[in-house]
Design a protein around this ligand. Structure first.
Ligand SMILES: Cc1cc2nc3c(=O)[nH]c(=O)nc-3n(C[C@H](O)[C@H](O)[C@H](O)COP(=O)(O)OP(=O)(O)OC[C@H]3O[C@@H](n4cnc5c(N)ncnc54)[C@H](O)[C@@H]3O)c2cc1C
Length: 496
């Protein structure tokens, strides 16, 4: 994988960068530059790529973040923001000539405001900690990535993360009310607040999902929801992935939006059952877990409807959780499916593409053919209701050529997602992983316009370069005028 060439001048002045950072962040442990300690930061959740950073800085205040960013902007040093480092797309992969700016010390919940149904938190707070903090008062924060025990809310904002409950309650972007954000020039801006809408451009929408390329999030105001009165889950086994896929489509087409609608295929069912003993049907080729929540009478009614649809599509086993412990057990296998698959293969490569739901049977069938062609097995665990696929390609990094085969197979899957009308990523971001596939999805003119947004925030490309965009363009070049036949476009506009 190609990354921007490290800048020799920056490498040469490493000690002076360390000295300057120590001046800005003088607290003990605020600057890390010992190679052994830097190794902790050499990769994120995409462990296939590793790189020691130039130096790591762990600021504690927004003012310190602003000073570090301004320094990078003015002295030409690159900077990579980092939350908990669980990104699966390499978004927090360090640069040899870049500072890694970790937000781990921003770990306080600043305010719980139940009257306005929101919480104000620092970006290093873990996703799960927010729900835990308000559970006693009957509230929770809805987006729930499987990594929620570890991933930070700042990382969730930067990746626009999703989870099981996002089908009904929306992704991170739908559950944010406000942000404090530091630009590369060291300016601190506030977007949104505790209110529902703001005048002007939706800059919070621009920053959500911007993968650390536009600035650093230093405070997040999230929406809190009341815990539903009842939640029950159905476990439905099918003889084929096609039948399970058809059931997903029929449930949504029937006007039902479950709180979660997840699918696992045979390899994933067996791995999860061996790991968690969740009671999954081992004779099923595909398993659906469907959660319904709300008032008890509504949940009862919806369970009957979903069960009737599943039977009509040929479900050969169907269980409804009898109590909270059983509902949790149904989910335990799904939530631990990634580590469970880690027990059956030395390595796996987790893909993340999204397709229109009705294409599920076709895409799953094509993936089986590709699996045979590449000679690599696949386990599927995914957010079926959102059409968000997570094929786990099984390989052995110690077998020469296996990683390259897994990457090529993964790229084929993502191209297929785009071919059937879907997109390259559902929730894990582009990072370095899907960067070179962006032209499969976007025309050059689309990419140029996206980069102009980047240029508006970070004209010198200091923030996380080498991620998301396959080619870096000089910002002036992107803004050039196309003069055709001697005529200026939009002649009435003032020129600078
Ligand atoms: C086992 C496992 C399961 C997962 N399951 C899911 C899932 O169900 N759904 C899902 O969406 N994701 C999932 N992920 C991916 C990952 O957890 C999410 O992308 C998460 O949001 C990353 O958060 P983080 O704090 O670890 O961010 P990091 O990995 O540290 O960084 C991710 C990106 O965000 C940027 N960034 C981080 N903090 C900030 C900040 N404060 N300001 C600006 N930019 C910042 C970084 O530069 C980087 O580009 C999973 C990962 C693992 C390992």
């Amino acid at each position: 994988m190609r990354m921007p060439e490290p800048d020799a001048t920056t490498l040469d002045r490493r000690l002076s960068v360390v000295h300057e950072l120590r001046r800005m962040v003088p607290e003990p442990g605020g600057v890390i530059h010992d190679p052994d300690e830097l190794a902790v930061y050499e990769c994120d959740g995409l462990t296939a790529y590793r790189q020691l950073p130039l130096v790591v800085v762990l600021p504690q205040t927004t003012r310190q973040v602003a000073q570090v960013l301004k320094y990078c902007h003015e002295t030409g040093v690159k900077v990579v923001p980092r939350g908990a480092g669980t990104s699966l797309s390499g978004g927090a992969l360090p640069l040899a000539d870049g500072i890694t700016l970790g937000l781990g010390k921003f770990n306080r919940i600043l305010e719980v405001d139940l009257e306005n149904r929101c919480a104000v938190v620092q970006p290093g707070v873990t996703n799960l900690a927010i729900s835990t903090a308000v559970a006693g008062q009957g509230f929770y924060y809805a987006p729930d990535p499987s990594s929620q025990i570890a991933c930070s809310i700042g990382g969730n904002v930067a990746e626009n993360s999703g989870g099981v409950h996002c089908l009904k309650y929306g992704l991170t972007t739908n559950n944010l009310l406000g942000l404090e954000f530091v630009t590369i020039e060291g300016e601190v801006i506030r977007l949104g607040g505790k209110h529902l809408d703001s005048p002007g451009y939706d800059l919070m929408g621009v920053i959500t999902g911007s993968e650390g390329l536009l600035g650093v999030v230093t405070e997040v105001t999230v929406r809190l929801l009341p815990t539903p009165a009842t939640a029950r889950a159905l476990l439905m086994g099918f003889e084929s992935s096609e039948a399970a896929g058809d059931t997903v489509t029929a449930i949504i087409a029937g006007g039902i939006i479950p709180a979660g609608l997840e699918m696992m295929d045979r390899p994933a069912i067996h791995a999860a059952e061996a790991f968690c003993h969740a009671g999954y049907p081992l004779d099923a080729e595909a398993l659906l877990i469907c959660e319904l929540d709300g008032p008890e009478a509504e949940v009862e009614h919806l369970i009957e409807q979903v069960a009737a649809i599943a039977r009509g599509k040929g479900a050969n086993s169907l269980r409804v959780s009898a109590d909270e412990a059983e509902r949790q057990a149904f989910w335990a296998g799904r939530k631990a499916a990634f580590p469970a698959v880690g027990r059956i293969s030395p390595d796996y490569y987790c893909m993340d593409g999204t397709i229109p739901r009705h294409q599920l049977p076709h895409v799953l069938g094509r993936m089986r053919q590709m699996s045979a062609e590449y000679g690599l097995d696949v386990a599927n665990v995914f957010h079926a209701g959102d059409g968000n696929l997570h094929p786990l390609i099984l390989f052995d990094a110690n077998r020469p050529g296996d990683l390259e085969k897994a990457e090529a197979f993964g790229a084929e899957i993502l191209k297929l997602c785009v071919e059937v009308g879907g997109v390259l990523t559902g929730e894990h971001g582009v990072g370095v992983e899907k960067r070179d596939l962006m032209p499969v999805m976007f025309e050059p003119v689309d990419l140029a316009h996206q980069q102009q947004v980047k240029c508006a925030f970070d004209p010198r490309h200091r923030l996380n370069p080498g991620k998301m965009f396959p080619e870096l363009h000089n910002c002036a070049e992107l803004g050039r005028l196309h003069v055709s036949g001697g005529r200026m476009p939009f002649p009435d506009l003032p020129r600078f």
